[in-house]
Structures are given as C-alpha cells and as structure tokens.
Design a protein around this ligand. Sequence first.
Ligand SMILES: [Zn+2]
Length: 672
Amino acid sequence: MSSEPASERRPPVDLEALAAELIAKYGEGQRVRVRRGVAQVAASWRDGDGELAAFVREHFIADPGQLDAAFARLEAVFEQIDGHTHEVGREARRASDVDLGPLLPVDPLLAAYDPAAHVTEDLFLAKPGFVVLLNWPLTTLAERDAEGPRYTRRQWAEARLAGRFARRVPGEVRQAVTRATAEADLYVSQYNLWMHHLVDGTGARPFPSGLRLISHWNLRDELKGRYGDPEGLAKQRMIIKVMERIVTQTIPAGVIDDPRVDWDPFTNKVSAAPPETVEANAPRREAAPRLDGAPEPDIRYAKLLAQFHAARREDPFVPTAPTAIARSFEFGRELLEARVTALLEQVLATPLVPRVAKEIERRLGRPLEPVDLWYAGFKAGGAPPEPQLDAITRERYPDAEAFARAMPEVLRGLGFTAERSRWLADRIRVEPSRGAGHAMQAMRRGDFPRLRTRVGAGGMDYKGYNIAVHELGHNVEQVFSLDTVDHTLLAGVPGNAFTEALAFVFQARDLELLGLKKPDAASERERVLNDFWQTWEIAGVALVDVAAWHWMYEHPDATPTQLREAVVRIAEETWTRYYAPVLGGTSTPLLGVYSHMISYPLYLSDYPLGHLIAFQIEEHLGKTGRLGAEFERMASFGAVSPDVWMTHATGAPVSAEPLLRATEAALESGRE
Ligand SMILES: [Zn+2]
C-alpha cells in the first residue's frame, strides 16, 4: 500500500513492550484486555495511520465507568451515522424507487451512489474504529456459538460493535473481488440457449421458435413448466442433457446464444440452422457461426477460479475468518459450516424422501428420473380465481393512500391489538413503487421504514396486494427490531432468512385479510410437500457449492480444467449418495448447474436454510395462536446469532425438525 521507501518507514512497534507498559500502569486485572486490544489494533493498523504506541497509550480505557460512557457514546453516534447515511442513500435513489414520473438520465447514476460504501474505512482513518478494536473483543463465530447463549444483552451489543471492524480490507483488494464478480455475472447473464435449435434424433425441433432461455434459471423453469405437456418428458430429458453438458463443458461453444447453429445435445452434433428457422431477433454477429462442435473451453470454471483468486486476497485482512468459506458462514449467515452441513444432510437423508417420491411417482404414473429433481406438480389450490381477487383488491385499494389508511385494520386482522396496530401504522410510510414493491428499513429511531407498493391506474391488483402484505411484514419487523430493541447496536434480525420468514407469516394470511376462506388443509398439504421437495433439491446444490470452494482452497494452483473435473466429480458423488436412490441417473453432474455457483459463490446454502427457518417460525406461531404478541416478542429481540434468536423465539436452535414434522404430517394426512 505504501510507496515510501523501506528505510523511511518507522521501526516496527514492540507490541510486547507496549502491552507490558500498559499492564504495569493499569494492573494485572487488565492483562487480557490489554494484550487482546493491542493485538487487534496492530492487525488492522497501516503505515499511514500514525504512531500506534501513542494511540494505544491515549485510548486504552481501564476504568469501567469510562468504558460504559464510551460504549454508550459509540452506540448513539453509530446509530446516527448509519441512520442518516441510509437516509441520504434512500433520497438519492428516491426517483428510481418511487413512482414520481419520468426518470431523468441522471437518476440511475444517483441510484448507484452509495454514501455508506466508505463509512467503515473512514471510521478507521478517523480512528474511532481503532478505539473500538482497542477496548472491545472481536469474537469468532465459534466463540459466539459456544458463549452466546450466556452473553448478556450488553455483551451481544459489544460483539456487534467490535464486529463492525472485524475486517479492514484495502480498496484495491475489494475492487478485485467486485471485478471478478462482475465478470462472472456478465458471463452468466449472456449464457442463453435458443431452444428451437435443439434437435432430436429424428431431426424434430421440440421447442417453439423464439424461446431463448438463460441457464440455469429459465432452463429449470421451462422443465418445471413441461409437467402439464403430454410430450413433456422428452423435452425435460433434453433440458437435462443440455444442463449436463454445461456442467461438463462438453457443450459446443458455437451453440451458446447463437440460433444460427442447430444442436442435438444427445449426440452432441452441430449443424448450420436452416436460414428460415433463425429468429429475426438473433444477436447481431460479425463472425460466422461456429460449426466445428468444439466444446466451450472451461470458461465456466475459469470464471469461478477468478472469483476464488480475488476472494483469497482478502484472507490476510480478516483474522477472525481467514477464508472465503469461513466468511460466508461467519458474516451474514452466522451458522457454523458444520452445523449447516448437518442440517442439509438431515434433509437430504431423511426417510421422508422416498415417501414423498412415492407420492410423486403415483401422480406421474411412471418411475422417477433425474428430471423430477424439479417436480412441480404440488399445487396449492382452493383460492378464488385471480380476476375475482383482482376485483376485490382494486375496489378496496384504489391507490397507495387507501392501503396506508387501511394498515391499522390489516394489522388488527393479523392479531395485533388496536393500540399496537395504530402505533405500527404511524411508523410506516406508504409510497407508490416503480417496481413490484419493496420494504425499505430505517436505521435510526425517529426515521421510518417505507412500504413501496405498486398500484396501477385501475387500483391495486391481487399480485400487488399479495406483495404489499409481504412487504408490510418486513416493515412491521423493521419497526419492532429498531424501535423496541434494547440496544440499537442490535437493531434488526439475524439475517435475510429471518426477515423473509417473518414477512411470509403476513403474506400467507393475505386471503383471510380480504375476508376470504383461509387455505384449506389439502392446499396446505400441497404447499408443505412442495417446499419439502424444493428444500431437498437445493440442499444438494448447496453442498456442491461449498465443496467446490474447499477443493479450490486445497488446490489453489488448479487450472480451470482441473476445477471442472473436480466439480463434476463432487456433483456426481453428491447425486449418487442422496439422489440416485430415488431419481436414478447414477452419474449425473446435474447438481453443478446452478449459475449462482459461478456468479454468487457460497450463497446457495441460504435457500434451504430459509425454508427451514420459515417452517420453524410458522410452526411456533401456529402453536401459540397469538400472532401479534408473538411476532412482536420475536422481532424485538434484535440481531443476536441465529441460534440464540431462534431459541428465544421458539424454544429451540435453528432446526430441520419443523419442516420434517410438517412433511410427515402432510404425508400422514394424505393416507386414504
Ligand atoms: Zn421479502
């Protein structure tokens, strides 16, 4: 970082001597705090930061009263910094987020402006960050897991205070990560297949003209959508073959996003597409179509390796989580990898899988095969048809204002007291959204969350209403978790999965709130089995994602080809172990197809965890039957660790049991 010649640098500080000096001054009782504080400061201190020893002498706090005062000051000031910075960002994006009329060319630039981007580094440069590191302990996730259940609320708040400064990563290293992610994202976003140009052994084209699908999302959704099609199975098998060839990189490079090339994914033969079959909106290309059939040269894995090499540069700057894998579990998710793996394996290996599989088999009237990894036949029905619902919501909510006025009544309908409903509604601002709708939190008391909802000219349609109720769930959580939590350092909930689960609690009751019948038992049964199957599916995908990163850390000099071989092997082994017994296909690498693996690595575990957390919260609320009071009690506890939060909320740490119990009950209730 520094460009000064080595001879002009200050001599390294003798940390041992510095610590000894402070211990002599403040007494043996401060030994642990002194040594830890000095080491924590030294780990993040850089040449340009000045005299470390002088700083430490001036800012080490031994007196408990002074320590309390400093803690309170930092908590109050950080709330203001976070809250006002957040408001500045919100207002910069306002024209982009809120439907205020035509956008100006400058609006997207304003929306990309993030005033919070450099706050942490600024607090290091201005030194309050170092005051924190000198006086409060950084903790690892393992320590919080072991000690957290016995932490006082103040200790949790201190863990969050110090945690803000757990990493000081140089800008150039962060930028390298951003660049690698952006490049992987671009690669993924252009990975389209023109389905009309898939040809089978007879030369037929099973898919319609113009269908351009991005891997893997659209391919998977197309597969799911073919369950109702009498000719669907052949098409589904073809999609599976395409996916396998993407993972193994045996896909001919020439077929990617080029409708001028026909391809039989089974024989892997390519040929020039007859001109009359080439779609008019094909991407304009200077080069001739590639008809040599040469495979994609492991670009997929080169992108993943580039992510790995960039992420690895952060390692030395994060002593509490010195690998990208550790950081993905340590920050944000806050569940130890071993725990997450155990939860996922519990779902993967449960004896409920063959039982649900049997039910799917009965419905399909054929043995299951790999396509049924994405079985989409569980359908919650029973709701009135959508046009009828649209009519109800349009009349009730002609504009965003009407939804705002109705909020206290909606909240009472969910089980909040009249007083609480009014209090909450006073703290949530409703605005017309440009997009589908979202909830934007506040980050200081006195500021209020925004509920952005989309209302068309003819009033709020049912889809918009359904989203608005979901977002209201977020907003209510946001009000409780900021305004009623005892420490603003603990504002929020442990992570995304928690706020989504709480929002779902609202959303699942949207029909009741319209005065309609709530979903019946049969429909609820379909929902549970569908969620179970989806959780089972994505649990394996998540394991493959994490295992690929372990392999890269064990083989940091691997080539893209070696990485490809490893991922294919890992995906196949995972399949053989958990999926082949019910879906067959002993050696398919299908679980490696998710694009997140390339563009958002180490994120996939959040999906199955989200399902587990939602079921656990739902199960508890269903048991108590006091939704309003229980929701408030849960959401007011703040951002402690997921396990501590869940134990307070439901009496048990994060667990797969509620999902498994619900699935078991659904299977039982289906018995004739
Ligand atoms: Zn949400």
